[in-house]
Design a protein around this ligand. Sequence first.
Ligand SMILES: NC(=O)c1ccc[n+]([C@@H]2O[C@H](COP(=O)([O-])OP(=O)(O)OC[C@H]3O[C@@H](n4cnc5c(N)ncnc54)[C@H](O)[C@@H]3O)[C@@H](O)[C@H]2O)c1
Ligand SMILES: [Fe+2]
Length: 436
Amino acid sequence: MRCCHADFALTEGSDRGFTLGMPTFTFGRGVLAEAGDQARELGLARVALFTDRTLAPGPLVAKVRESLTAAGVESIVFDEVEIEPTDESLQRAARFAAEARVDGYVSVGGGSVMDTCKAANLYASHPAPFMAYVNAPIGEGRRAPGPVKPHIACPTTAGTGSETTGIAIFTLRSMNAKTGIISRRLIPTIALVDPDVTASLPPMAIASTGFDCMSHSLEAMTARAFPRRLNSAQGVARPVSQGANPFSDLLGTQALKLVGEFLVRAVTDPSDEEARSEMMYAAMLSGIAFNASGCHLPHGLSYSVSGLARDWHVAGYPAGKTLVPHGMSVVLNNPSVWRHTAHAHPGRHLHCAASLGADTRDARDDDAGDVLASRVIALMKSTGMPNGLSTLGFGEGDLEALATGAEPQYRVIKNAPIDVGRDELKSMFRAALRYW
Ligand SMILES: NC(=O)c1ccc[n+]([C@@H]2O[C@H](COP(=O)([O-])OP(=O)(O)OC[C@H]3O[C@@H](n4cnc5c(N)ncnc54)[C@H](O)[C@@H]3O)[C@@H](O)[C@H]2O)c1
Ligand SMILES: [Fe+2]
């Protein structure tokens, strides 16, 4: 590829292309009210509206439903989405979808809601045993056999970017770890990204989802470059996550600049509408970026942290069950991972640190991991994040179990810029126990 950076130079046997998928998106204040028009434009007469129990009685769902009604589109509500979905909750949603006799879907919520809606749409459109579409080697990794029904995604958090991705993540209870279903066919048809939704988000949700967004871009830009990806399928079988590529670099760089400038403001000042709006935009950019490149170690490690956490609760998230918000579980491993991977690509790690606002003028290649880790730690401190995994109650005695939970996450771990085995996983978890 002549026009791009040497990182993307093709070698013998490289795939010569990369494929980018994204929805038609509309970004701007108040655009939730366009849901009805968009549904009518898609020719939908009756839709299933997915949301969670907290959001169901609130103004965001009401706004979308009113807009659908005004456009003559009937909506039936499914509000049983589980926050941090499981195989069981996805199957419940899929049963609802199969019986709902709808011609399209609208999701109003965070990643949990949008992911549940994507999975329900897939299983209702192409019925199959649950593990058929789940990522291999945990599931069969079967490709979605055809198009799914139109989906209008309305994110209400500023972080996952799920409104732009072909990914649905859930916890597989039998393994106590997260995995997912991934297909370009799951990318929502339309995304309505309305920063006004963030007004009601509690500070810890802004912080956690903001770090999810940050990590999506950091991982997209430090992933194995696409010509060297391990899954070499091409054409329509080309994987959704193809490794770092020029387009992900472009969007990721801009998203990191926004995170560096606006995350702390968005968390610490609830009246700062500009900061929240910029974070909403950054989340969307990061979503498009990591959908095309894939995540790697911070997400791979986070899946066993969220699966193994005991007795951890965060204000603004459903009470009554142990829950480490996704973005929190991801950022807790971040500094440790960057110290471990930077030697593979110091220039990229330094570029990420500089985009996030670190002063890299005197930094040498050997400093790259520390420079990026320090910038992430500074953001964690300023936003009230826990000081490493030990704050959640993890210790030396949990390292084996944490590594065991992370090891099967091949899809993301093999996308890392370096090869890691069980010993490296353990040492990254050890270094993530405490940061300051
Ligand atoms: N599909 C993807 O590409 C992708 C990417 C990253 C993360 N995820 C997944 O997304 C899930 C996390 O999603 P999330 O972080 O968006 O949060 P979430 O959907 O789990 O919601 C978290 C909490 O915030 C509440 N909430 C949502 N919007 C609100 C609002 N505007 N005001 C007040 N409260 C609100 C919810 O009711 C819930 O209690 C995880 O399962 C994660 O693995 C998916
Ligand atoms: Fe994420």
